[in-house]
Design a protein around this ligand. Structure first.
Ligand SMILES: *[C@@H]1O[C@H](CO)[C@@H](O)[C@H](O)[C@H]1NC(C)=O
Ligand SMILES: *[C@@H]1O[C@H](CO)[C@@H](O)[C@H](O)[C@H]1NC(C)=O
Length: 353
């Protein structure tokens, strides 16, 4: 135990202690002030950035159609999987296209019946489409027994492709927009939309090569990583820098935030919608990539002719059979080969650019 020996010693100690705590107190206050200032500065700059982004959004100067590779889209068909996809993921695209005076048609492949709410969600989608200024005659909501809503529903690529083909022909569509292979959230149905559209585009490209008609261009919504997705409005800056690579990608900024909120509010049965809308980049900006015809399907070797497996052991007599089989299918092979070569040349040209 330490006790001061004299009163004077005690007093000097006391005053020293008071001085040091005073210093400490003053420092603490100053440091706190400095911390608070720094925080204020950070918040102010974030706000300024946010306002800057909003102004950018309002001016529509970035990502306008004129400078986008989708310069002459004509009649646009948006292919989605569920009611509310059009707002949560595609409202930027829809509002930007409308702002340019273009017609947007919506094909929603399911009515979102996974939890038995199909009828309700169909009505909600009609209201949402109205808020997004999509004409009710431009809206087609399917409830097809082979294309049902759900994480475990397998959609047949060819079947979806056929549905898309019919819609393209019915509406004389020039441009198709849908999800990319990652499907933004990874939902199987979103990927199903992409696979179906790509299948259609591939088949159509093959027919186009045969000379009969012009196929629509297809574009897919680029999925970004979690960080960028949750940068929300700030991702506009990143997208503006990153999103304009050659004529294989395009960018749309949301031109009608109010309409978008009204549309989202129409989806009453979907809880926590605000989380999707406020906290992701897709609300403010969409970047799109061209969907290229799938070449690998055609590049795969033709199916092995029946009988090859059983005869593989006794090699002698096989060759003659093989040659006749090959000769029979050589017409088709040559056609595919020519198509492949032309498509590869085209894709390579695009990559080099
Ligand atoms: C949708 O189709 C399924 C089966 O094809 C049916 O059971 C369901 O009632 C339909 N829903 C609506 C809202 O029409
Ligand atoms: C990309 O742009 C060039 C002109 O700069 C054009 O010739 C080419 O056809 C375009 N590619 C596609 C796939 O549209």
């Amino acid at each position: 135990m330490f006790l001061p020996e004299t009163i004077q010693q005690a007093e000097t100690q006391n005053s020293a202690w008071r001085a040091s705590t005073g210093r400490l107190f003053r420092c603490r206050q100053a440091c706190q002030d400095r911390g608070a200032n720094r925080r204020r500065l950070l918040i102010a700059s974030l706000l300024a950035l946010c306002v800057g982004c909003l102004l950018l959004l309002e001016s529509g100067s970035v990502g306008s159609l004129a400078e986008s590779p989708i310069s002459n889209p004509g009649r646009v068909l948006l292919v989605t999987a569920h009611p509310d996809d059009e707002v949560i993921f595609f409202s930027s695209t829809i509002t930007a296209l409308h702002a340019s005076g273009l017609e947007v048609f919506l094909l929603c492949l399911t009515n979102g019946d996974a939890h038995g709410l199909g009828g309700v969600r169909e009505r909600e989608l009609r209201a949402a489409a109205k808020a997004l200024q999509i004409d009710s005659a431009h809206l087609n909501i399917l409830n097809d027994s082979r294309i049902q809503d759900g994480h475990h529903e397998e959609w047949e690529q060819d079947y979806v492709a056929n549905v898309v083909r019919k819609e393209v022909r019915r509406l004389l569509i020039n441009t198709i927009i849908t999800f990319d292979p990652a499907g933004v959230t990874g939902h199987k149905n979103h990927k199903g939309c992409h696979d179906g559209v790509r299948q259609y585009v591939t088949a159509c490209a093959m027919e186009e090569e045969e000379g009969s008609k012009k196929c629509p261009n297809a574009w897919s919504l680029t999925t970004t990583d979690d960080l960028r997705t949750h940068l929300s409005i700030f991702d506009i800056i990143y997208s503006a820098v990153d999103g304009h690579r050659g004529n294989e990608s395009a960018m749309f900024l949301n031109h009608d935030l109010l309409g978008m909120f009204r549309a989202m509010a129409a989806h009453k049965s979907q809880s926590r919608w605000w989380r999707h809308v406020l906290l992701t980049r897709y609300t403010f900006v969409n970047t799109l990539q061209r969907v290229k015809p799938l070449l690998t399907d055609w590049a795969l070797p033709l199916p092995v002719p029946a009988g090859l497996d059983s005869t593989a052991v006794g090699a002698g007599g096989v060759q003659g059979d093989l040659i006749t089989t090959a000769a029979a299918s050589s017409g088709a092979v040559a056609k595919r080969g020519k198509f492949m070569a032309r498509m590869s040349r085209r894709v390579m040209k695009n990559i080099r650019r």
